[in-house]
Design a protein around this ligand. Sequence first.
Ligand SMILES: *Cc1c(COP(=O)(O)O)cnc(C)c1O
Length: 392
Amino acid sequence: MISPVIPTYARAPLSFVKGEGSWLIEQNGERYLDMGAGIAVTSLGHAHPKLVAALKDQADQLWHTSNLYNIPNQEKLAQQLVDATFADTVFFTNSGAEAMECAIKMARKHFSSAGQEDRSDIIAFEDAFHGRTLGTIAAAGAEKLVKGFGPQLAGFTHVPFGDLDATEAAITPNTAAILIEPIQGEGGIVPASDAFLQGLRALCDAHGLLLIMDEIQCGMGRSGKLFAHEYSSISPDIMAIAKGIGGGFPLGACLATEVAADGMVAGTHGSTYGGNPLACAVGSAVIEVISDASFLDAVNRKAGALRQKLEGLVAAHPDVFEGVRGTGLMVGIACKVPNMDVVNAAYAQHLLTVPGGQNVIRVLPALTISDDELAEAVNRLDQAATAIEAAL
Ligand SMILES: *Cc1c(COP(=O)(O)O)cnc(C)c1O
């Protein structure tokens, strides 16, 4: 008999009822060290006092009015995002997939409103992940995402991640945009090189295309920069963000330049909840914490220390681990044994990690994690690896 909660997830048998910083606590009081952060969402840890206060204060004032009216919190958060990025304007959503839907619609509208109705194709990359809506599964294109959900939304071409020649060869007169995650997340923590991102920017400039970035997982400080594309010193025309921006409250956004957004006039797009007062109160608090220069300095320092420890871990367990990759506190450990074996062995050590593509486990801690907690996480991974070796 089907469970009351539809079984689309293969869930671990863990039920958490409370969170404190980098720790999650079960009903029976057992504490787990959280190196998954709700899949890169609770980037300021669980129950960050500033976020709790922002949400409680807003809850006492006003929950929802709709986008029929101005929403002061939304205007504030939009201005903060505009000030911090390449963008001139922001559309708010409740999730990453909706932010990506806005990005895709915006790119198509930009060309159609300029009289180029046929210019709607988007070049995207193999092993990408952009969400679970009909549009975003077509954007990613992987068989496991689209199978059984046809007919598929047309207009996406896929080329190998990192292959600039293949990208250029895929451009046609109907190409509207190139869409990329600067660091692939679900695909297994695969950073694009600076040269590749710069090459994509140059292709977009040469062919009049829009460059769309999906920074839903790698954005909001996770990479050690506010946004991962900043490492390459180029900027996109459109960028989808979510996950970390809400710190656990559902919030996403599509950021754009004025030119890219020129087709999105009144009546073209909408969302009942998008940018609601509660979500934007939390989003503003998140930005305020992360925008402090010393905050990202600390992320980078912790990332360096973690990387060093993980290289040591990999070297100590050559039968279990293959290598470490990633940027900032977005780390993937490639495994030699099935990655779920490592995730499960880590559960036994009361450590939470997240599986990813290409047989990696993802280490995505809260950006606020302490040095001691990071060291403890590596100790627990060491114990998990030792337990796996004993059973090999
Ligand atoms: C999580 C994720 C999405 C989808 O976000 P949802 O909030 O689950 O809709 C899209 N793109 C990337 C890169 C993601 O990591």
